[in-house]
Design a protein around this ligand. Structure first.
Ligand code: NDP
Ligand code: GDR
Length: 399
C-alpha cells in the first residue's frame, strides 16, 4: 500500500508506522515546494516523499500553527535522515527565496504558493499581484542568479482562470487567455514569465494549466468545501443554512490527488512543455449542492429566482439529518458572494496530457463530493458531540 492511499485521518494515529513505510533510501533528488501547507502542497509532499525525494517546503510565519495539512508527514529534524524539511519564507521576500534556493540546491521547484482565492483578489489586488505574479519572478530570478538554470526544473501552478471570459469551448493549451480577476491577471504574468525564462535562458520551466481541483483538504471558503462543510453542519443542527453566490457557475472539477501526480510528471519529460489538466466534464455549483445533499440523505430542490432563489429540503432519507425537517430552507443566495466580474463557465480539454503523458484522472467529481461530505460530516459529528458536552471546537479543521 502506498502512503498516498492511506486516509489522512489514520496518519494522526499511526504516524510513526506511516513514516517507517516511506522508502528508507532517498532517491537522491531534492524538491522545493512553495505553498506546502496548502491543499496541493500537502498532497504533493506526500507523493514526492513516497517517491524517495528529500522534500523542502516553505511555510509562512503565522500567529497560529498553519501546518495541519502536513503534520502527519512532518519528521522531527533531530531524527537522522528526516526527509521533510520546513523553512520559514515568503514569496514577497526575494532575499529569503534566494538564500533558501542557494542552501537547498533543488533539482525541482514546485511553485504552488499563492494568494489563491479569486474573490479575495478583488479586495487585495496589489498583494495578490506581489505574491502570485512577482513572487514567481523572484523564484525564477533566484534560479538564474544562482546559475542553477541547467540543474533546477521549475513547475508553475497556472490556472484555468487564465481563460476567464472563454474564447473557445473546451479550453486547451492553444485557447487565447482573457483573465477576469486580479488573481487571474497576476497568474497570467507568472505564466508568461515561466515561458520567457524557458525561452530566454533554456530553463526547464513549465506551466500546468490546472482546472479546479478539490479534496477534503480544500480551503473552507472555496465553493465545494463551503458546500460540503456547510451542509454537514446544517444536517447536524450546527447551522441553519448556507449562503451562496452564483450557483449557475459551471466548473470542471477534479481531485487534487490526481492533479499533483501530473505536476510531477510534467517535470520528468525530456522537453519542458505546458499542459492543460482537467477532467473534460463540467458541472454547476447547483448540481454540486444537490449531490452533497444526497450524500447527507437530503433531497434539495431550488425554488424562486435571482437573489430570492432558495434551496428547500423536499425529502429526507436515513437518520443522517435528525436536525432537519421537510420544507426547511437550507440554501440562500447572498449577493456579497457575487464577483465584480465572474468566470461563468470552464471546461478543459486534457487530450494533450492523456496522449503525451498517459495521464488520466482516476476520481470523478461525484466520487470526490462524497469523499468530502464524509470527511466533513465526520468532523461535524465530532463538533456536535463536543458541543453537547459543553466543550470547544478544536482549531484544526482537517477532515
Ligand atoms: P491553497 O490556497 O490551499 O494554498 C496556497 C498556499 O500558498 C498555502 O500554503 C499558503 O500558505 C501559501 N501562500 C500564500 N501566500 C503566500 C506567500 N505570500 N508566500 C508564501 N506562501 C504563500 O491553494 P491550492 O493548494 O488549492 O493551490 C495551489 C496552487 O495552485 C496555487 O498557486 C493556486 O493558485 C493554484 N491553482 C489551484 C487550483 C485549484 O483548483 N486548487 C487550480 C489552478 C491553480 P498558508 O497555508 O500560510 O496560507
Ligand atoms: P474559483 O473557485 O474561483 O474557480 O477558483 P471557487 O471555488 O472559489 O468558485 C467556483 C465558482 O463558484 C462560484 N460560487 C462561489 N464561490 C465561493 N468561493 N463561495 C461562494 O459562496 C460561491 N457561490 C458561488 C464562484 O463565483 C465561482 O464561479 C479556484 C481557486 O482554487 C483558484 O486558485 C484556481 O486557480 C481556480 O479554482 C482554477
Amino acid at each position: 500500500i502506498g502512503v498516498t492511499e492511506i486516509p489522512s485521518c489514520l496518519y494522526q494515529t499511526y504516524r510513526s508506522k506511516v513514516l517507517m513505510m516511506l522508502p528508507s533510501h532517498a532517491n537522491g533528488k531534492v524538491a522545493l515546494i512553495t505553498g506546502i501547507t496548502g491543499q496541493d502542497g500537502s498532497y504533493l509532499a506526500e507523493f514526492l516523499l513516497e517517491k524517495g525525494y528529500e522534500v523542502h517546503g516553505i511555510k509562512r510565519r503565522a500567529s497560529l500553527f498553519n501546518t495541519q495539512r502536513i503534520d502527519h508527514i512532518y519528521e522531527d529534524p533531530h531524527v537522522d535522515n528526516a526527509r521533510l524539511k520546513l523553512h520559514y519564507g515568503d514569496l514577497t521576500d526575494a532575499s529569503n527565496l534566494t538564500r533558501l534556493i542557494q542552501d537547498i540546491q533543488p533539482d525541482e521547484v514546485y511553485n504552488l504558493g499563492a494568494q489563491s482565492h479569486v474573490a479575495v483578489s478583488f479586495e487585495a489586488p496589489e498583494y495578490t499581484s506581489d505574491v502570485d505574479a512577482v513572487g514567481t519572478l523572484r523564484l525564477l530570478e533566484a534560479i538564474r542568479f544562482l546559475k542553477l538554470t541547467d540543474k533546477t526544473r521549475f513547475y508553475q501552478a497556472s490556472t484555468s482562470e487564465l481563460y476567464g471570459r472563454v474564447q473557445e469551448i473546451p479550453q486547451r493549451e492553444t485557447t487565447p487567455f482573457y483573465p477576469r480577476s486580479p488573481y487571474a491577471v497576476a497568474k497570467l504574468y507568472a505564466y508568461w514569465m515561466t515561458v520567457n525564462y524557458r525561452e530566454a535562458y533554456g530553463m526547464y520551466a513549465c506551466n500546468g494549466i490546472l482546472f479546479n481541483h478539490e479534496s477534503p483538504r480544500r480551503g473552507e471558503t472555496f465553493v465545494t468545501r463551503k458546500i460540503t462543510r456547510g451542509l454537514a453542519n446544517v444536517a447536524l443542527g450546527l447551522d441553519r443554512c448556507i449562503y451562496m453566490g452564483n450557483i449557475d457557475s459551471l466548473r470542471d472539477w477534479g481531485h487534487a490527488k490526481d492533479y499533483v501526480r501530473m505536476q510531477w510528471m510534467m517535470l520528468q519529460q525530456e522537453v519542458p512543455e505546458d499542459f492543460v489538466i482537467a477532467t473534460g466534464v463540467q458541472h454547476s455549483v447547483r448540481e454540486f449542492i444537490a449531490w452533497a445533499g444526497q450524500d447527507l440523505g437530503l433531497t434539495i430542490e431550488f425554488k424562486g429566482e435571482g437573489v430570492d432563489e432558495v434551496g428547500i429540503v423536499t425529502k429526507i432519507e436515513g437518520d443522517l439529518a435528525p436536525a432537519i425537517a421537510v420544507g426547511d430552507v437550507i440554501v440562500r443566495i447572498d449577493p456579497r458572494y457575487f464577483r465584480p466580474s465572474e468566470v461563468e463557465t470552464l471546461l478543459g480539454d486534457p487530450t494533450k496530457a492523456k496522449e503525451r503523458l498517459g495521464w488520466v484522472p482516476e476520481i470523478s467529481a461525484r466520487e470526490m463530493c462524497s469523499e468530502m461530505v464524509a470527511a466533513d460530516h465526520k468532523f461535524a459529528r465530532r463538533h456536535a458531540l463536543l458541543k453537547e458536552h459543553g466543550l470547544d471546537l478544536p482549531v484544526s479543521l482537517e477532515g
